[in-house]
Write a protein that binds this ligand. Structure first.
Ligand SMILES: [Zn+2]
Length: 469
């Protein structure tokens, strides 16, 4: 542990200038966030040589031509175009709001507003954790309310127009309040514990904070599906029948610790479809959307599950967790330099008396804004890792027949391909995608890429079969 602390101290001494030099971080954050926003807009439209003409293509890629009728293809093109226009507008609007709030010094204002709330209840500024909680809530509402019209538009105009919306205005409002209520229940204890670790561990907070955040994530793995998800959706045990017995047989052959198998009423809000698993290593739950069950045959849904179990077999979620811990560690290693840095708070409009002893939560939020360029790069790298995992899981499904010595699984690749195509057709997903746009935004390979890779996996699988004979 001392070695780690020595390394962290070395990093901190390199960054010592942060706590003394008056650097114009605010202008830098403004400039960088605008640059990212304009780059994203450029990806969507301005680069009209890229994304936009793709939406004007009159026919799907040759590999998909057999699966898309002209009508479905035309529909997916209009949907794609409408979504592109919306995300262009939404991106610019959100950036304008954030930029304006930053310009008028919203962080400093929210901190002092939090102080006033505390004084109203008879507490002084010595209650830093209480003021931090008030500050966080004020900041959250001030910055999220302006974007509310965007989600209303997206749900009731955009998705509605293309026939995906199943939400009613009543349900929308109830969902919104439920989301806020959950935040009000979870955020205060989380923030209190988070800030308490800093106070308690002092300059040696890094390993302790990581242990705390890891514990919190594990608690959420248990709480989210058992307590939070049921507040929004109804999970009912999958009915007995072909699908259930197929999945149970697959799980037991792979020794997947399947505890519960659920069907979720995803169709209550949207007709987009999906399947996933979750849980602790010794007790897993599989959840399948009712929409997926409706649109695909049992043997195709089984293939989708074979892909999901591929993620489990190769420990993809655990690997992602490790990568995110590493990411977290590198962020926290840089943070001490910003923890006691009055000039940083001054440049974000905080008064001298607050800046002299920076509140931890404020220092942390400003630090996060400052390192956001690094975060964009990390995001692209994470997408690349996640796309690799998708291919690996597809290959797993294709080659399952050899591992399980099950001849009836020889067509798993075909079934998976059919399910993927059905999923895209029903979701009217865009089939023509630009590589740069894809690298930046997509955590999954595109349908065309996946079908092409599936062909390769299938050929490999047939070759293995021949060798076995
Ligand atoms: Zn996957």
């Amino acid at each position: 542990m001392d070695f780690v602390h020595a390394q962290l101290a070395a990093i901190q001494s390199h960054l010592a200038f942060v706590s003394v030099d008056p650097i114009d971080w605010k202008t830098y954050v403004q400039a960088f966030s605008w640059a990212v926003c304009l780059f994203e807009s450029y990806l969507i439209v301005t680069f009209s040589l890229r994304q936009y003409p793709l939406y004007n293509k009159k026919a799907p890629p040759p590999a998909l031509a057999a699966h898309f009728t002209d009508e479905v293809f035309a529909k997916s093109q209009t949907y794609g175009k409408d979504k592109a226009k919306f995300s262009l507008f939404a991106g610019l609007y959100k950036q304008a709001v954030d930029s304006l709030l930053l310009h008028i010094g919203v962080y400093a204002w929210a901190w002092s507003a939090g102080g006033r709330v505390l004084r109203f209840f008879g507490y002084g500024s010595e209650y830093e954790i209480l003021q931090s909680i008030a500050f966080t809530f004020i900041l959250f509402f001030v910055s999220s309310i302006p974007t509310l019209p965007l989600s209303v538009y997206q749900t009731f105009v955009l998705e509605e127009k293309h026939g995906f919306n199943k939400t009613t205005p009543g349900l929308f409002v109830v969902d919104l309040f439920k989301g806020w209520a959950i935040g009000i229940v979870i955020a205060p204890p989380f923030l209190s514990a988070f800030l308490y670790v800093f106070k308690w561990a002092g300059d040696r907070f890094v390993p302790w904070l990581m242990a705390f955040l890891l514990a919190f994530q594990l608690i959420m793995v248990v709480i989210y599906p058992t307590i939070i998800q049921p507040l929004f959706n109804k999970l009912s045990p999958l009915v007995d029948g072909e699908l259930r017995s197929r999945i149970e047989a697959l799980a037991s052959k792979l020794k997947f610790p399947l505890k519960h198998l659920y069907e979720i009423d995803g169709s209550k809000r949207s007709s987009h479809s999906n399947a996933y698993f979750y849980g602790l290593p010794w007790s897993k739950h599989i959840v399948i959307f009712d929409t997926l069950i409706k649109q695909s045959k049992p043997d195709e849904v089984e293939a989708v599950l074979a892909h999901e179990l591929g993620h489990w077999y190769y420990l993809h979620p655990t690997k992602m967790l490790l990568v995110s811990q590493l990411h977290l560690f590198s962020i926290l290693a840089l943070f001490p330099a910003f923890l006691h840095a009055p000039p940083v708070l001054r440049v974000f409009d905080f008064p001298a008396d607050v800046a002299a002893r920076p509140p931890t939560i404020v220092a942390f939020l400003l630090f996060q804004m400052i390192i956001s360029p690094l975060e964009s790069v990390v995001g692209i790298a994470m997408n690349a890792v996640s796309r690799r995992f998708e291919y690996q899981a597809d290959q797993f499904a294709c080659e399952l027949q050899h591992m399980l010595k099950a001849e009836d699984m020889a067509d798993m690749g075909d079934r998976l391909g059919r399910a993927l195509v059905a999923l895209h057709v029903k979701n009217l997903s865009t089939v023509w995608v630009d590589w740069l746009y894809s690298a930046y935004h997509h955590s999954h390979p595109t349908l065309t890429e996946r079908l092409k890779a599936l062909e390769g996996f299938k050929a490999r699988s047939i070759a293995i079969t021949k060798k076995e004979l």
